[in-house]
Ligand binder design. Structure first.
Ligand SMILES: Cc1ncc(C[n+]2csc(CCOP(=O)(O)OP(=O)(O)O)c2C)c(N)n1
Ligand SMILES: [Mg+2]
Length: 637
């Protein structure tokens, strides 16, 4: 961190909210010599908790930004959860170097942001959240929407943010603002600690005036560090790699956030070590790179999984090893498998008893490549990798060109989309049956193309995320794939998208239910209970016999101000995509797809417990299968 201008003893009389906005406008991040505004703008939904505090400060800034040193552009969203998702997506598409702030009113408005905060923290994405809080002075208690806890009088409903925040504070006096904001900025820009940064602000404190030091509002640059790994750790890792016979790498999201893709590709080429990817890391290595072996784990592909089955050394780069990556601790079957983890966060680096390379992915890979100058995997292993890769690419082609009927398979939609989207365009998804198919089948060429939020896998992310990504990457086509279940859960940011004139494309997959959870339910003995959109009494709503529910999503999307193209075949889909691409208006392509897949072939497992005792035969059988699968589960030490 460096202070750019000289400080003085002057003070400026501002409200806490005005001081907050003025401070944020003057914060910058820097990495590799490029400076950017750290907090690019504000999302906010107003109520009595923030309308006259942060709301007033934003208004004052909009009328005349000059005294604040710049503007804090404001966007009015429709749902507090949605605005935080948009901010997370913005931060993800900005490789965590920039974010947005979110303000909401007290009580329900603020609590609506808790899910968004958890998504940000789980994905290690910086977002800045200002829940409003009940009066610090307690005169009007209980204020509208105040949850009164009779035994813990100092708690407020905003304490619900604590377990899901990377940093939490409550500003009950103006004097607390500066130290708290400094820690907030430190957390947002710390690659190891970043996540949801939450500053709860009582509604009276927001509006209270104080003589803030003028120096607080000078331009400040937060240098996003590239921590080098200790030389000794690099040497230990190089020794482990040289001693291994079947090493592999797993590229996680940290590889992309560190902008280490080029170095990863060079490292793989130089050493011949194959690279599999996670949901967050896909695109770090281009799918047609000779060492790229596709996804690994529960939703990975055969090539990645076959190599992982026998690997004796796994080098994780910027991965948190979710259960999908390890196939719930069944993926790595070699009894002698060892791990090296390159990660900025020691918490992640230690996983699976790894040799810990704590530091920046790009720097670590450069150093490791230096320490392995004359090293290359042996020829037989390289040939096996090439064979696995070729076999899987053939299967990917088949799975994305099924010509399935009468309804198209969603995998054919993904294949068509994948072929049509450009290298700097972005595909978004988060939940349903889609992320699994996408991880297995999507062939990403660049680190920006594949934006799948699969750490929190939060239904409802997809529509607000399109807004966030487009704000970050205005020159890219942004295409968000939305399930009918997700659509019905959180469609309302379509109004924000129409209001802001944001050109994005939605691909709406109408399959009248939860294809994902339906298949999971069936394979786990629960007969697709509660996963179909059907109508009718006497339980018909839960069975295949119930009439399809006539929720007209196309008409609904039109009513929000979105152009909708309804198509029924893959050929129609392709021409609709070209039309949507050429349009300057937000457009949805609506297509009905088969609820029953087919989905790509799976070579891995996922631990979802089955009822141990049951009166239903399907459950009993599923439990027997579950017991057999669990045998392969182990700790990696
Ligand atoms: C907020 C939230 N609630 C519940 C879930 C559990 N869940 C995962 S996928 C899914 C169904 C998604 O349905 P849809 O969007 O239609 O996609 P499909 O499964 O049909 O591909 C549910 C309920 C979730 N991921 N997120
Ligand atoms: Mg569905």
């Amino acid at each position: 961190m460096s202070i750019i201008q000289p400080t003085t003893d002057e003070t400026v009389r501002l409200t806490v909210a005005q001081a907050t906005i003025r401070f944020l406008i003057n914060q910058y991040s820097e990495r590799d010599g490029v400076e950017r505004r750290l907090v690019r703008g504000a999302f906010g939904i107003f109520g009595h908790g923030n309308v006259a505090g942060i709301g007033q400060a934003l208004l004052q800034n909009e009328i005349d930004p000059t005294p604040d040193g710049g503007s804090m552009p404001y966007i009015m969203p429709r749902n507090e959860q949605g605005q935080v998702h948009a901010a997370s997506a913005f931060a993800k598409a900005s490789n965590r170097l920039q974010t947005m702030m979110c303000t909401a009113s007290i009580g329900p408005g603020s609590l609506n942001m808790v899910t968004g905060a958890a998504l940000a923290t789980t994905n290690r994405l910086p977002v800045l959240i200002f829940p409003s809080d009940q009066f610090a002075n307690r005169f009007p208690d209980p204020v509208l929407q105040q949850v009164e806890n009779a035994s813990m009088f100092d708690t407020t409903c905003n304490d619900a943010f604590r377990p899901v925040s990377a940093f939490f504070d409550r500003i009950v006096r103006p004097e607390q603002l500066l130290p708290s904001l400094m820690q907030a900025m430190r957390t947002l820009t710390d690659p190891a600690d970043t996540g949801a940064v939450v500053l709860a602000m009582p509604q009276d404190v927001q509006a209270e005036a104080y003589d803030f030091p003028a120096a607080m509002f000078e331009k400040r640059v937060w240098h996003v560090r590239r921590t080098p790994v200790e030389e000794a750790a690099i040497q230990r890792a190089a020794d482990l790699i040289r001693a291994s016979h079947r090493p592999m790498m797993i590229a996680g999201g940290g590889t992309i956030y560190s902008e280490a893709a080029e170095e990863l590709r060079a490292f793989a080429r130089a050493t011949g070590i194959p690279v599999a990817d996670t949901q967050a890391g896909k695109g770090a290595i281009n799918y047609d790179h000779p060492q790229s072996i596709g996804g690994v784990g529960s939703t990975g592909g055969d090539s990645g999984n076959h190599i992982a089955d026998k690997a004796d050394l796994v080098i994780g780069v910027g991965t948190r090893y979710s259960d999908f990556t390890t196939a719930s601790h069944t993926q790595f079957k070699n009894p002698d498998v060892q791990f090296i983890n390159i990660n900025v966060k020691a918490f992640d680096a230690v996983k699976h008893g790894a040799e810990m390379l704590v530091g920046d992915a790009r720097v670590a890979l450069e150093d490791l490549r230096g320490a392995l100058e004359d090293y290359s995997v042996d020829e037989a292993y390289a040939a096996e990798v090439a064979e696995e890769k070729a076999a899987w690419e053939k299967r990917v082609h088949e799975a994305t060109h099924l010509e399935h009927g009468p309804l198209p398979a969603q995998t054919d939609v993904f294949g068509a989309l994948n072929e049509m989207m450009g290298d700097t365009d972005v595909m978004i998804n988060a939940a349903g049956s889609m992320p699994g198919d996408l991880q297995a089948l999507w062939q990403a060429r660049t680190p920006v193309q594949y934006h799948v939020e699969y750490a929190f896998s939060c239904m409802g992310y997809e529509i607000p995320a399109a807004l966030g990504v487009k704000l970050a990457l205005p020159d890219s086509q942004v295409v968000s794939i939305v399930g009918d279940g997700t659509y019905q859960m959180l469609p309302m940011e379509l109004a924000t998208i129409a209001q802001e004139g944001v050109k994005v494309i939605f691909v709406l997959l109408q399959n009248y239910g939860f294809a994902s959870i339906g298949a999971l339910s069936e394979s786990h003995g629960s007969q697709r209970f509660g996963t179909r959109f059907r109508q009718g009494g006497e339980g018909a709503a839960h069975t295949v016999d119930g009439k399809k529910l006539d929720v007209d999503i196309a008409a609904n999307a039109r009513s929000w101000g979105i152009d909708v193209l309804e198509v029924h075949t893959i050929d129609e889909f392709k021409s609709a995509y070209r039309q949507a691409e050429a349009s300057d208006r937000p457009t949805m392509i609506h297509i009905e797809t088969d609820l029953y897949g087919p989905n790509p072939p799976s070579s891995s497992w996922w631990d979802v417990p089955v009822s141990e005792v049951s009166r239903i035969e399907s459950t009993q059988k599923a439990f027997e299968a579950y017991e057999r699968e669990r045998v392969g589960q182990r700790h990696y030490l």
